[in-house]
Ligand binder design. Sequence first.
Ligand code: FES
Length: 568
Amino acid sequence: MTEGLRKGLASYGDAGFSLFLRKAFIKAMGYSDDALDRPIVGITNTYSDYNPCHGNVPDIIAAAKRGVMLSGAMPFAFPTISIHESFSHPTSMYLRNLMAMDTEEMIRAQPMDAIIVIGGCDKTLPAQIMAAVSADLPTVVIPVGPMVVGHHKGEVLGACTDCRRLWAKYRAGEIDDNEIEAVNGRLAPSVGTCMVMGTASTMACVSEALGLSLPMSATIPAPHAERFRLAEASGRVAARMAKAKGPKPSEFLTEASFRNAQVVLQAIGGSTNGLIHLTAIANRTSHKIDLEAFDKLGREVPVLVDLKPSGEHYMEHFHHAGGVPKLMAQLGDLLDLDARTIEGRTLREVVAAAEEVPGQDAIRDKQHPIKPEGSMAVLHGNLAPRGAVIKHAAASPKLLQHTGRAVVFESVEDMTLRIDDPELDVNADDVLVLRNAGPKGAPGMPEAGYLPIPKKLGRAGVKDMVRISDARMSGTAFGTIVLHITPEAAVGGPLALVKNGDRIRLDVERRRIELLVDEAELNQRQTALKPATTPEWAQRGYARLFNETILQADEGCDFDFMRANGKG
Ligand code: FES
């Protein structure tokens, strides 16, 4: 079997010449023949001046390289696309699949026997894991780690739950211009990913639960020395995998691994985005995420991690309490502890080594959960024939059963223009409806599902309302918010049929979301819908590919031809 530098030669019709040429060029960097004869560990470099979450990537790469070389292999770092949430127009989700394709193809194109992917900001780990399982090369995932917490007026602050909370206070006139400026400088006090249980933290925990990262990888704060020791250890593991040619993701990711990831997703109070990403990852393997089964797990698995936005603490507290290994120890038989990790160990061994931290209160036991049920529920009904999701752990309990009058916004732009209009006919019991914000409609399914409370209601003290959409929501947000309504309005889903004043019933206990309009009327409205045409933004390039092949939320929003079996 070819390995190291001999893998995947450029095609000149003469393999000997291809290798001769490759070595001639790479020697320009000063490598010796001994170095070039070693197994190779590729390392993705997602450092970017546009991505502050990845600010420690150069140091992680240096540490990982050290680990690789100490174990007798040769590291090669290479750049890929990097995506930061607040620097991605129109939305980071629009670019996730591009990053997954870029990463997969660069793994395939360049010679390497194992790969270390380093990511963290929301879409990056999903994209990298999607790429790695598709390329099916021995893979180690190193998350960049969470930021440390910020402080303001004696209060602990976390991006971005407190970004939203304090912005809402500012909108409601409770804090002034000077204070919101001061807060702006304190919400992100270090490099690293958002330090609440947002999508970045969620996917890092999911990666650990899948066995793709070393224990504690998800939680060590980004600036801590421990993170760089973990990167060195990850480098050693990758070198071992490069020499052993395994295990590949296809060799240790089983049905049980994906079930474990869903259990952890529920127990951490994870981001709703995590469900979309995990679905996309599974679809690139021979496994599937079944929404009904996920919902059923939600009824059995309690939320045990006390982190914002569902609870009180932040990622560094989760870490100091024992991290994901301790959480998995508390979950015990809710997990399949025989599932394996990249090190060849079982989760049972990982759990056995979990740290016991006296007096910690960030990771509860099953007898004292934060919430007796998991964080997310899957809803169905005539508004969401293929499902919708609510993070009920971060919702207002009194709104989980609610019927109200629809106030409809046609698009994100429409919502932005009208939500604060003093003339808007809206009251606290209404249901705010946003449509055309799904995978195709927006495009890229922006995190617009957290519709702001209309200013006039915010000023009157309204903190939460039922909000429904085909959009996504940041995992850091709080509220009674129904997301991912599928099919989306832009492809003719029933959300497109809602009119102002219709009544909508949400019943989370029964897992229902319904438009209380009779069927004959709905059929009439459906017939009157204009057929979808190719939008202006989707005439060429990546936009066209996106528009023509993007799947709905229940299928992970991957491109249809990127699934394990292609277009099928
Ligand atoms: Fe990068 Fe939150 S913005 S993880």
